[in-house]
Structures are given as C-alpha cells and as structure tokens.
Design a protein around this ligand. Sequence first.
Ligand code: AMP
Length: 295
Amino acid sequence: MEIINRTQRMRSVCRKVRRDQEKTIGLVPTMGALHEGHLSLVREARRMCDTVVVSIFVNPKQFAPAEDFQTYPRDLTKDTMLLADYNVDYIFAPAVEEIYPKGFSTHVEVEGISDQLEGAARPGHFRGVATVLTILFNIIRPDFAYFGQKDAQQTLVVRKLVRDLAFDTEVVVLPTVREESGLAFSSRNAYLSEDDRRAAAVLYRALAHAESAYGEGERNGRKLAELVRADIEREPAARVEYVSVNDADTLAPLERLDDRPVLVSLAVRFGKTRLIDNILLNRTRTGKTGALTSV
Ligand code: AMP
C-alpha cells in the first residue's frame, strides 16, 4: 500500500495501472475517520476491482463557514492501519492546496437534484461535493466509484454528475451500515456524548416504524413523515431539522405513495451534532451484495 499526497503522482500511478497493466480501478472517496460504513465500500471495491484507491480528503468546499470543517475528526494514522488490513493499493491523501491550488476558481453545480433536503439545509454543500469528485475522477479516472446510501441525496447528485459530464465511471451504491443499536455509522458520531449516542438510536427506530407502517399499507406521505417526526420528538435530546418523504429517484415530495421507490430521510440534531439518516421503501435490490443499482 502506498500513501500518495501529490496529484501528479496519483495521476501517473493510475495512468500506468490502466495502460500497462490494463487493470480496473475502484475509487472509494472519503473524508477519513473511517468506520464500518466506509469499510463496506472498500470491501466491495476490493472484490470488484484490480486496483483500489481510497481518497481521504476533508473537502473544505462542502462545509459552510459556520460548519465543522476545522473540528472534523482526522486520524490518518489510524485510517492507514485499517486500510492496510483491507489490502488497499493506494491511499490518496492530498493537502487542500494540492486539490485547490492558489487561484482555483472552477466549480461544478448539479442543478435541480442539489436544491432540496440537504442542499436546502446546507447551501453550497453539493457544489463542493460535485467539484471535488470531478477533480478526483479526472485524476484517478476510476472504472468504479463507491458511495453509501447513508448519503442518499449525494448518490443522486453523483449519478447525475457522472451522466451529465460523461465520466467513464460506474457509480456503485451500497446499503447503510448500522451499529447494533440501529444508529448509522458516521464520522460525526464521534462528537456525540454517551447519552446522545444512546438517544440517537431513535432515528433508525423511527425510520423502521415508517417502513412497517408502509408495509401495512400506509400510502400517505405526510402521515409517514409525521409518524417518524413524532417518534423522534418523544426523545428529549433530539431536535428535528426535517423529516421528508420523497420520490427516491427525483426527490419530488410525495403526498400519495404509489409503486415508485420512496425515500424517507431526516436530519436531526443532538446537541451540536447534526445527523442524517434515511430509509428506502419499495426499492428492489439487485446483486448479491445488496448494491442498489449502478449507472
Ligand atoms: P464521508 O467520509 O462521510 O464523506 O463518507 C464517505 C462515503 O462513505 C460516502 O459515500 C458515504 O455515503 C459512505 N458512508 C458513510 N457512512 C456510511 C454508512 N453508515 N454506511 C454506508 N456507507 C456510509
């Protein structure tokens, strides 16, 4: 395993892998502070691809000024040890100036799908995500890139980005990995106090409640959202930012649910920590590994 900090080195390594060895490259883009969710993506990349690159880059452009860019957990040593166990070929861990050199002024905006939910709550977030992914895709030119359903809207933004800008990369989306309590793994869980961490298990319980109500025939989108909100509001430590029921592909808000796949998503604060989670209803899974679909 080699740790690469320089764009030029990363680019030439990937060029060599592709040209001389005709090997496939899988990219797992992350912001580090790795956990089981990230590792599920790495495992699948390892299974599918000859060469696996994990990028670790806390991308300043996807944080708003008042957000947690400065305090975001960083532990490259621990991350490196974990990834060595997973037989990763390259870690790409560039400094900010390496990705955004002085004078950088080009940004990528995926219009429409970036506007609602997380995009509305965090203006500029998806512009930052689309911009850094465009740069990473151009440096590495991966055959496959791996993303978690945990960030549901991000997966839609990435698919649209890849389609619209004709990247030669297949997007693979994998299911959300959860702790035993149901709490989705997240680097931001490190911010939670022990009490809040316990309390945060309510998010998955509430989403699972929506899933069972849907299973029993509830087709009113507003009622499903209310049910989730009410469950969470019974937990005193939780402050709901939004609970939303949307078409899982277009993010159009849904009143009446029909046969289309549905995304129930939420953002909730515990103290200063903002957590997101979601559940997909009515989505038929494909593939042995539960990969949700690919472009
Ligand atoms: P991040 O480091 O938070 O930018 O996440 C990097 C990738 O890991 C993204 O594609 C996330 O969706 C994915 N990811 C984060 N948490 C989870 C999780 N609990 N289960 C599956 N994938 C996850």
